[in-house]
Design a protein around this ligand. Structure first.
Ligand SMILES: O=C(O)c1cccc(C(=O)CC[C@H]2O[C@@H](n3cnc4c(=O)[nH]cnc43)[C@H](O)[C@@H]2O)c1
Length: 246
């Protein structure tokens, strides 16, 4: 089974509509919708906004040993990303953007503080959590094909997960520079972290709803961004070969 996780119900509307053989379950405090999309067995999980919600939801689903977790939704793009509202972004890794300490000399992240968030036999993880490289490549390829049809761009690079959105130019610039960030969101690093902790592959795609930096809600397009992330998820599933045992 593949888990398709998002933050809010509006981010999974199309996926729910297209789900074949839908079955509704209650898992902990979540309404889980299972079925088939593009021939793949999936579970649709709406985990809530923010790192704590996203991690709690992912941790519960990971107990069922899914084949893969795909996080999808909307996000903000950083100034030097070259991206625009309506474009797609694929994560190669996720950064916890505000875990660390703000000092008079600037932001110090957890590696500079020697405070790992996760210890595995392969090593310690601080602010940065990788996405599955092979599946990320496949996701980016599916997105490029889709983007040609939609007339939009695709970026692939580091994502930054924050508690406090970058609604100011200086903050957006700082986070972009510190993490080399392409896209900002509020859940990704927490889900990537949970997946890495139990060895389940993780990938992430976001439709870009807004620019980070000085906040101007008139320029936001949440609906298009959410829809495009769902379309990208469907395109990825359609291109994905089924697992031998499924
Ligand atoms: O009103 C605001 O200034 C504001 C700032 C950040 C996010 C929101 C939302 O309503 C969306 C939260 C939701 O969407 C993701 N998201 C979308 N754009 C961003 C962003 O620029 N920075 C961080 N998160 C963003 C996020 O993952 C949440 O799930 C409103």
């Amino acid at each position: 089974m593949i888990v398709l996780q998002c933050a809010v119900a509006a981010e999974q509307r199309q996926l729910r509509e297209q789900l074949l053989h839908p079955r509704q379950h209650r898992l902990g405090s979540y309404d889980l919708c299972q079925g088939t999309l593009q021939g793949q067995p999936v579970a649709l999980l709406c985990g809530g906004v923010g790192k704590a919600n996203a991690a709690a939801a992912a941790a519960l689903l990971l107990q069922q040993r899914p084949r893969l977790v795909v996080l999808h939704g909307c996000g903000g793009f950083y100034p030097a990303s070259g991206l625009a509202v309506g474009d797609l972004a694929v994560a190669c890794e996720e950064h916890y953007g505000d875990e660390g300490v703000a000092t008079p000399q600037g932001f110090r992240d957890l590696s500079q503080l020697d405070l790992p968030l996760l210890r595995t036999p392969a090593g310690c993880y601080y602010n940065r959590f990788p996405c599955d490289p092979l599946l990320t490549g496949q996701l980016a390829q599916s997105c490029r094909t889709l983007a040609r049809q939609l007339g939009c761009q695709v970026g692939c690079g580091p994502f930054v997960t924050v508690s406090c959105g970058s609604g100011r130019d200086d903050l957006a610039l700082l986070r972009q520079q510190h993490c080399g960030g392409l896209c900002e969101n509020m859940e990704g690093a927490a889900v990537a972290h949970q997946c890495l902790a139990v060895g389940v592959p993780f990938i992430e795609v976001r439709g870009l709803s807004n620019a980070t930096g000085n906040r101007d809600l008139r320029q936001w397009d949440l609906a298009t961004a959410m829809q495009r992330a769902e379309q990208a998820t469907l395109a990825f599933l359609a291109d994905l070969p089924p697992l031998p045992q499924e």
